[in-house]
Design a protein around this ligand. Structure first.
Ligand code: GDP
Length: 271
């Protein structure tokens, strides 16, 4: 078991519920079944974040998930209202049952997800100025801090869920969106695979930006070099620069809104 996974096993029992932040462009790829198994009967709110970078296909994927799932853009302050409402809906029934028995409980949530899905952004959005700084001043308590919000509490540090690597094409999606450390990846492979997949799913976008109209993945990369002027001193194409440009264009949304996962990728997953 990985260190990150052990950490999650320690953290999950501290919370009454989980806010599971997935990438709207690849919700199946950024989902790890083991986390839900760890959560057991605890309520899980699925947030498909970076909704501004995904297209309407992400809405179809969301419908295949738990009914409480929401799609947001955590970089937009208006999303705070949507998340808070979804959390309150999630615990409304339990809260009422508790009240009927004469006690009220503050539900504690922790934010989890694979790297780079926007967990810290979600916490900052919800907690804002209430977020306490821990550890960088003498005498300030290190460790877990719960932040009191509107009707619930939030753990002030996110839990990083390691990706599940059992499906090769989904692992690639995680690499494309930047949820796997770029240092351990082969840039050639990632860029060429991304071009191949985008040509399959969004061919017009490649034509518009790079003049790609078909051919092998290497020929597509030639088009990127030619269109963008990525040429070395000796007149050869600068493939490395082109590869970085394709990945960066995709991640920054310069190729338009894109959803990588398809409904078949969701089959077999239990939310
Ligand atoms: P974490 O590793 O899961 O904590 O991810 P971060 O919160 O650090 O976010 C990773 C990157 O994604 C940062 O550059 C954020 O600014 C960016 N980000 C977070 N949420 C969104 C979103 O909804 N849309 C877009 N476009 N970028 C986002």
């Amino acid at each position: 078991m990985t260190k990150a996974m052990r950490m999650m096993q320690q953290l999950v029992p501290l919370a009454d519920g989980i806010i599971y932040v997935l990438d709207a462009r690849c919700p199946a790829a950024s989902f790890n079944q083991k986390l839900v198994e760890m959560a057991g009967a605890k309520p899980v709110l699925y947030i498909l974040n970076k909704g501004d970078l995904a297209d309407e296909r992400a809405d179809n994927l969301m419908k295949l998930m738990d009914a409480s799932a929401i799609k947001i853009n955590a970089a937009n302050a208006n999303s705070k209202r949507d998340i808070t409402a979804a959390i309150n809906r999630l615990v409304a029934e339990k809260r009422e049952k508790n009240l009927a028995k004469g006690y009220s409980k503050i539900f504690r949530f922790m934010v989890v997800g694979v790297p780079n899905t926007g967990k810290s952004t979600v916490i900052n959005l919800l907690a804002g100025s209430k977020r306490t700084v821990t550890g960088d001043k003498a005498g300030v308590t290190r460790g877990k801090q719960w932040i009191r919000l509107d009707g619930f509490e939030l753990l002030d540090t996110p839990g990083t869920m390691p990706p599940a690597f059992d499906n090769q094409s989904l692992a690639l999606h995680l690499a494309f969106v930047g949820s796997i450390n770029d240092d351990i990846l082969d840039l050639d492979d990632i860029a060429l695979e991304l071009l191949g997949e985008l040509y399959e799913k969004y061919p017009k976008r490649l034509e518009e930006r790079y003049g790609v109209t078909g051919g092998s993945k290497l020929e597509m990369l030639d088009c990127v070099c030619a269109r963008r002027g990525f040429v070395l001193k000796g007149g050869e194409y600068d493939y490395e620069r082109a590869e970085r440009a394709v990945i960066d264009d995709f991640r920054k949304g310069r190729l338009g809104r894109i959803t990588l996962d398809c409904p078949a990728d969701m089959s077999g997953l239990k939310f």
